[in-house]
Design a protein around this ligand. Structure first.
Ligand SMILES: [Zn+2]
Ligand SMILES: [Zn+2]
Length: 270
């Protein structure tokens, strides 16, 4: 059995992804992963970008749907019931309620600057200030104590691709990473970044180097919205991580995280 997990994947319940849980698990098994977390977008208060997430009354069927596949793959692949949960400070009481509802295998916290709700409150200033504000929210999401991992933690670059220059935000990013490091929360290396406007992993290499200096744990996630992307480009991701100064990669299994050597991780994956 493999060592790595797919930590970030979506199903049709999110209304913008394709494939069944069984199809996602099948790809994970074929790529010799140890397990997969399904992390559909959590329900949010009524009216909050409903077109990209399950409704609250669908949560029981979400749990059942994953449970059936977990039984089917028993002894071959672990299947975790996780969630990707939007973070904004005003959502904290809601997030606390969702968090308590189930022992989620991977509770992934994401600041999503592309949503209308985010833009209405947090993207009203000049672009440079908006980019800084995103990183402040990222630090706050880590400090909220809700999350195992922070999802795609430089996603803001795709909102301002022409303006984005990581070096201009060095001070803000370093302050953010100091705060995140103090919490012990992991950060995701999201390989779907290669398919976005600023085509590189989220976060990119400069930020990864600063994370390595602070020994912030990293877990790999493909953010798969279709089964064929499960574990996508993990090998390249591991090489980038190594070049940034990491010797180990985080492995998020059911409700806990360990570290393994990148060398061992590379050999385990195909
Ligand atoms: Zn996301
Ligand atoms: Zn996602």
């Amino acid at each position: 059995m493999g060592l790595l997990w797919e930590t970030h994947s979506h199903t049709t319940l999110c209304n913008h992804a394709h494939g069944t849980v069984e199809e996602y698990a099948t790809t994970a098994f074929e790529r010799n992963l140890a397990g997969i977390h399904i992390t559909c977008h959590t329900p949010l208060p009524p009216g909050f970008s409903p077109h990209v997430r399950m409704r609250e009354d669908q949560m029981d069927s979400y749990l059942e749907m994953i449970d059936q596949v977990r039984q089917k793959f028993k002894g071959r692949l672990e299947v975790g019931t996780g969630l990707e949960c939007d973070y904004l400070p005003e959502l904290e009481p809601w997030i606390a309620k969702i968090r308590e509802r189930y022992p989620w295998s991977h509770f992934l916290g994401s600041v999503h600057p592309q949503t209308g709700e985010y833009k209405a409150t947090y993207a009203l200033g000049v672009p440079v200030e908006n980019i800084k504000r995103y990183f402040l929210l990222l630090a706050k999401s880590a400090e909220s104590g809700f999350f195992d991992t922070l999802g795609h933690p430089d996603l803001i670059k795709n909102e301002y691709p022409e303006l984005w220059n990581v070096d201009s935000f060095h001070k803000t990013i370093c302050e953010t990473l100091d705060r995140i490091a103090a919490t012990g929360v992991a950060m995701e290396m999201n390989t779907s970044g290669w398919n976005k406007t600023v085509s590189e992993v989220n976060p990119g290499s400069v930020i990864l180097r600063e994370m390595a200096k602070r020994k912030i744990p990293v877990v790999l996630g493909a953010d798969a919205h279709r089964p064929t992307r499960v574990g996508d480009r993990f090998l390249e991701g591991l090489e980038i991580l190594e070049a940034a100064g990491y010797q180990e990669v985080g492995v998020q299994s059911i409700g806990k995280r360990e570290r393994i050597s990148i060398e061992a991780a590379k050999k385990s994956f195909f």
